[in-house]
Design a protein around this ligand. Sequence first.
Ligand SMILES: Cc1ncc(COP(=O)(O)O)c(C=O)c1O
Length: 443
Amino acid sequence: MKQVRPGGAWFGRVGAGWHRLVGLAWFGNPVNQHQPGPTWPHPAEPVEFAEVSKRIAAVQAPIIPILGEWIRHSPGTISLGQGMVAYGPPPEALAAVPRFLAEPGAHRYGPVEGLPSLVEALAHKLTTENHLDLSRSRVVVSAGGNLAFMNAVLAVADPGDEVILQAPYYFNHEMAVVMAGCRPVVVPTDARYQLQVDAIAAAITPRTRAVVTISPNNPSGAVYPEADLRAVNALCGARGVWHIHDEVYEYFTYGLPHFSPASIPGADAYTISLFSLSKAYGFASWRIGYMTIPESLWMAVNKIQDTLLICPPHVSQAAALGALGAGRAYCDGHISALASVRRHVLARLEAIGDIAEAPSADGALYCLLRVQTPLDSMTLAQRLIREHKVATVPGTAFGLPARRSLGGGGTDGTYLRVSYGALAAETVDEGMERLVRGIRALA
Ligand SMILES: Cc1ncc(COP(=O)(O)O)c(C=O)c1O
C-alpha cells in the first residue's frame, strides 16, 4: 500500500509487522499540487522565527558533546569522561547478524514492544536473575535505557507534575523530565551519596508522580543497600507514586549484591524497572535497553514508543538475542577485568586523600570526586583538559552546585566524575596519573 503525501513524497509503512497491518488513513489534501499556492506580500521588516520551543530551551545542554569540543582543542587528552566499557559485544551477538539479514522480512517494521523471541529471552533473564514475577507485567524492548526512561516519564506524568530525582542525578534523566514538561524535584543524597529516604518522603507533594532511583549509580558509583531500596519502594507504594528504578549497571557491583525492587511482592503494580545491554554487553551503539512495566501502563507505553520509535531496530534485537545466549558469564569476565582497573583508580585517589575523596564508589564505572579547590567544577574540568590533558565530567552536569555544602555530616567540594570503563587499563592508569597531578596543581 502506497500513498502520496502532499508534495509527492512516498508515504506508507509498507510491510509493517502484524500489528501495523491496519489501513493508513488518507493523508491527502484536495489542493492540486500543480497550482501555484497563494502569494503573500513581502514583509517590510525581517520576519523573526522563534528558534526552539521554550520547553526544549529549558533543557540543559548535553555535557558529553561539550567535553568532546574541549578535548578536540587539546589534542592528546585522555578522556575519563564518557561512561562506556572498552569491550564490544560477544561473538554470539555478531554471529546473529548475518543470519538475521538472510531472514525474509528482515527490513520490515516489527512489534512495538520488541521481537517475541527477545522479549521471551529477557523475561527468562528477569525471572531467573532479578527474581521478578512478570505475571502482571510487560517486558518492553527499547532503543536503550534512555528511551525506556522517556517512555516511563511520558506514561506516568503530565506537564507540571513533579518527578523526584536524587542528587547527583544522571543528566539524561533530568533532561527527559524537563523535556516532558515536568518539574524535577531534586533530593540530595548524603555525604556518601546514599539515599535519604526521609528527605524523599518530605519531598512528595500531591503533584509528585514518580521517584527515580539508580543503583549502581551514575555518577557516584554508589550501590544502594537492599534495605534502602525496599524503603523507597514501600514509600512509593504507600503514597501512590511510581517507583522508576534504573538498573542498567546491575552487573557492575564488584562483589556487592544487586537488588531489584520490582521483585518485592506487590511492587510490580507501581514499579518500572529499566535495564540495558549498552554497558554489560558492550552494546552502546546497538541501542538496546528494556523495561518492565505493570500491565496497566502498557497502552500508554505502546502509544509513546510507537510514536518515538515504531519498533526497536531488528538487527540490534537479533544481536541482543545472540548476546543473551552468551549470557552473564560473558559480562562477568569483562567486569572482573574492570574490577582491577577500578582498584587501581581508587588506589591512585588515595594518594590525594588530603584534597580529594570519592566516597561509595562501589559500583558502575564511576567515582565522583569531591575536590578541595576554590575552582568551580566547569573551570576545574576545563583546566584539567587544557593544562593536564585529562578529561572528567564536571559535577554541575549532575545537578551538583559548583561548590556544594552538605552541612552537618559532609564537606564542601567541587565535583568531578571519573569514568574508568572505556579505556585500556594502561591508558586509565596514565589518565589517573595526569588527574592526580592536575588536581594537586589546581587545588
Ligand atoms: C544510569 C543510566 N541509565 C541509562 C543510561 C543510558 O543507557 P542506554 O545506552 O541503554 O540508553 C546510562 C548511560 O550512561 C546511565 O548511566
